[in-house]
Ligand binder design. Structure first.
Ligand code: ADP
Length: 849
């Protein structure tokens, strides 16, 4: 037998074993053998035994594998149990849904959330548990899931099996093993508590927002109220300061007049003290007026060209004398590299500097004061300039510096005792400087000295400015005008007789040759016939106003460049623009301030040809100024006589009720006699105004009525009859929209009556015969109205009853007889209730008779 590796002795060959195994396996699988077992017949017993042995081994192997499988199965069961535990005990609900959305399985939590036994849940559509209105959210999410395959999540309301509504978060994802079948798994969380908290939070937030809104509104209201109160305070301060200034002016003027009379030394000394005290008081009132004006936002800055050196010189000249009196060295000025001509508000700049400079003298006992200006920035025409006032005075300790520049702050009360003051100067300076776009500050060392500084935004002046138009000392403009333009020919067009007289007098006293006309048409005729160096043109005139007249004059040959200056009571920018548009050069507001009139003339009058005489005059300005300003005569006796009669006139002026004496003195260069003449003319022209007004009103001729009142107001203001101008202005205000509203005739007649009384008072102060019109004016009618008004004022305990009663003293006394005294006592004693009763019974008796 050949040696064969597959066959050992009579052992079945491995090939045979393999065949047998295949057949056995086929048998197991198909349960029918593919080959017959006849092959076994060929095997030896040994081979069969071996094969059996081998089969035993295989069986053991199989059993071992079976055991392993059982173990694995046990492990798997264990794991599965654990997984189910986890699945059931998870804090969120799990559900598996089929493609129709039916629940295939759910964990315990899902059952709890949905409120139904787990077994009952199976085959339930999940949509059944979704709140109707939120179904769309769920379907949309399913659609997105099937489109993208991406896990989705939404929050919606669900309804538990028992009908309770809950909020749930529903996260969905397709399952791995059921990918092709559109199965999905849902993670369900009950977020009702969170939602509730969110709603509460939202409510809180909303409430908070409401609270913030209402608080903000309250704050805004409080702020508004505070601002209103502050404005009211400022307005009150402005009014009260204004009101105080009027009697102050009277005190100062009367003191001035008294000092010019014969006095014993003791009286003179006392008057001098009154004068100093009054001026001091006036300066404090002015400070208060300034600060309240600034705080009320009523202070407007000018923007004009000026020469810096003039301001610095002016400040020096003001403090010079007191510095000298204190033994200080001469005041130094260093204007640095600041351009000579600037544009800004010279008045306010001077005021700020003067506040610093005044303090420096006040707080310095020895050494030197320096006024300095420096250019800090330059951007085209725009400049930032720093001003400094340095002194070698008492200085300020570092802890006191932060308190400076606050209103009413003074470093120490002892300084107030020693140096006086209100503590307003620095505060005003700070606010002025801030209005001028700058800042304030101070560097100071106690006992060494201080440097108070401020910066301000200014512009480089564009124009070559005539030297005449700069800040001048009082009276300087008039002197300059006399020196430079004496004999200049001027035309004045002004319809108001009193205004015309005054302006003509002012111009003549400055050496001008003046012709005057009452309207625009006449002005054109004059301009056609004559040549003038300048025209002063009123804006509102009958027949032809200033605008049309200017347009016509500008069209005349040779009249293109002759200066025409507008005169108007309307100071608004709009009105200024109209003047410029029609070719006017300048603008003067009424009532005319002589200084402004002269300064404007200096600015616009064309220079005269220089001659030897003029040169000489200029060389001796000072000496000549005295002569020119006191008149041209050198005859001492005549001058003395003139002064005396002027004094008498001044004393008479002082008796005229409601006039602004310093102003009246200034308008005609102190010529009181001339003033009284004009006042007499005024009374003559306006005495019957109220009768005319009553007639115009009765006839419905409102235009004429308004013109009458406007003209009376203008004349009164020009003549400085402040009180009359004020009450007429009030009446004018009432007549303003006369066409459009029903007039309160009683009020109008009362005001007319008051004006009439005022005119009468002026007339009798001038010791003229009583105003003719009184007899004609329907006094009884107005008395009746006045009594009615008095009755209602008394009923309301209104103190306005007192002046009203006083206004009618004479007529009431004669009408009421004995009852007058009783009524007067009650009203003046503020017993308004009693007075009301008295008056009512009087009225009652009157009605019965
Ligand atoms: P007033 O001088 O009227 O008191 P100000 O507002 O001008 O008010 O000044 C406030 C305070 O600042 C002064 O009272 C003074 O204490 C201090 N002060 C101002 N200027 C100087 C200065 N040049 N030297 C020392 N102290 C000064």
């Amino acid at each position: 037998m050949p040696n064969n590796d597959n066959k050992v002795g009579n052992m079945p060959t491995p090939a045979l074993v393999s065949t047998l195994r295949q057949q056995a396996e086929a048998l197991v699988l198909q349960e029918k053998p593919t080959a017959s077992l006849d092959v076994l017949d060929d095997l030896s017993p040994e081979a069969i035994r071996k094969m059996l042995h081998e089969l035993c081994v295989h069986q053991i192997e199989l059993e071992m594998q079976n055991e392993e499988l059982r173990q694995a199965q046990l492990l798997m069961d264990d794991a599965r149990a654990r997984y189910f535990d986890l699945y059931d005990l998870a804090p969120v609900g799990y559900c598996t849904l089929d493609e129709q959305g039916l629940i295939l399985e759910a964990n315990l939590k899902a059952a709890t959330i949905l409120g139904l036994d787990r077994r009952m849940l199976t085959r339930q559509p999940i949509a059944r548990f979704i709140f109707k209105a939120d179904q769309d959210i769920f379907y949309l999410q399913r659609k997105r899931l099937s489109q993208t395959g991406e896990p989705q999540s939404c929050e919606l309301r669900m309804v538990k099996h028992d009908g309770t509504q809950i909020w749930a978060q529903l996260a969905e994802a397709g399952t791995q093993e059921t990918k092709n079948k559109d199965f999905c798994r849902i993670v369900l969380s009950d977020i009702t508590e969170r939602k509730k908290n969110e709603v509460e939070l939202d409510q809180h937030r909303h409430h908070l927002e409401q609270l913030v809104l209402s608080r903000t509104a309250e704050l805004a209201k409080a702020k508004e109220a505070a601002e209103t109160a502050n404005r009211a305070k400022s307005t009150f301060l402005t009014n009260i300061s204004h009101e105080i200034r009027t009697p102050m002016t009277a005190i100062i003027s009367l003191t001035y007049l008294l000092r010019r009379t014969k006095l014993i030394p003791e009286q003179a000394e006392k008057l001098s003290k009154i004068d100093t005290a009054a001026h001091h008081l006036l300066s404090i009132i002015n400070d208060i007026l300034d600060i309240s004006k600034i705080e009320a936002g009523k202070l407007e800055l000018e923007n004009t060209d000026f020469r810096l050196a003039d301001i610095l010189d002016n400040v020096r000249s003001i403090i010079d004398e007191s510095a000298k009196n204190k033994g200080l060295l001469p005041i130094q000025i260093d204007s640095g590299d600041v351009p000579l001509w600037l544009r800004g508000d010279p008045i306010r700049l001077r005021q700020a500097l003067l506040n610093y400079a005044g303090n420096s003298v006040k707080f310095t006992d020895k050494g030197l004061i320096t006024l300095r200006s420096k250019l800090l920035e330059e951007n085209g025409d725009k400049l930032l300039v720093r001003f400094e006032v340095t002194d070698t005075g008492i200085g300020i300790s570092p802890e006191n510096i932060p308190r400076l520049f606050q209103p009413f702050e003074q470093v120490s009360t002892s300084s107030t005792d020693k140096y006086g003051g209100t503590g307003l100067g620095l505060a005003i300076t700070k606010r002025l400087v801030e209005l001028m776009g700058g800042e304030v500050g101070v560097d100071s060392t106690p006992n060494i000295g201080s440097t108070f500084w401020f910066t301000t935004r200014l512009q480089r002046s564009q124009r070559i400015i005539p030297t005449a138009f700069r800040i001048m000392k009082p009276g300087e403009a008039e002197t300059q005008l006399k020196l430079k333009h004496k004999g200049a020919r001027l035309l004045l067009a002004e319809d108001n007789d009193v205004n015309r007289e005054i302006i003509v007098a002012l111009l003549r006293s400055a050496g001008m040759v003046v012709e005057s006309v009452p309207d625009g048409l006449e002005a054109i005729k004059k301009a056609q016939a004559n040549s003038y160096d300048l025209i002063l043109m009123d804006m509102q005139m009958p027949n032809m106003d200033g605008i049309d007249a200017t347009l016509a004059i500008r069209a005349l040959p040779g009249w293109k460049t002759i200066p025409i200056i507008a005169l108007t009571a309307n100071a608004f920018a709009e009105s200024r623009r109209t003047c410029t548009e029609v070719g006017m050069n300048g603008f003067i507001t009424k009532p005319i301030d002589p200084e402004i009139l002269y300064t404007t003339l200096l600015k616009w009058l064309p220079p005269k040809m220089k001659n030897a005489h003029n040169g000489a005059i200029i060389k001796h300005t000072k000496a000549l100024t005295n002569i020119v300003s006191s008149g041209t005569t050198t005859d001492a006796a005549v001058a003395q006589a003139q002064e005396k009669s002027n004094d008498i006139a001044l004393a008479q002026m002082a008796k005229i009720p409601g006039i602004n004496i310093p102003y009246c003195q200034s308008i005609l260069g102190g010529n009181a006699e001339r003033y009284l003449e004009l006042l007499a003319l005024f009374i003559e022209l306006h005495a019957n105004d109220m009768i005319l007004l009553a007639t115009s009103l009765d006839n419905g001729n409102y235009k004429e009525a308004k013109h009458l009142v406007h003209s009376l107001k203008g004349s009164a203001a020009t003549l400085g009859i402040d009180h009359l101008a004020k009450i007429v202005a009030h009446l004018e205000g009432k007549l303003g929209d006369i066409e459009y509203k029903t007039l309160h005739n009683d009020d109008i007649h009362l005001e007319m009556d008051t004006i009439n009384l005022e005119l009468k008072a002026i007339s009798s102060a001038l010791s003229f015969t009583p105003i003719h019109g009184n007899a004609v004016y329907p006094e009884q009618a107005t008395l009746r109205i006045a009594l009615k008004k008095l009755n209602s004022l008394l009923a309301e305990s209104d103190t306005a009853a007192i002046p009203l009663f006083e206004n009618y003293t004479e007529s009431l006394r004669s009408t009421l007889g004995l009852a007058y005294e009783e009524l007067a006592r009650q009203i003046k004693g503020f017993e308004f209730e009693k007075a009301h009763k008295t008056l009512q019974s009087l009225l009652h008796q009157n009605n019965e008779t």
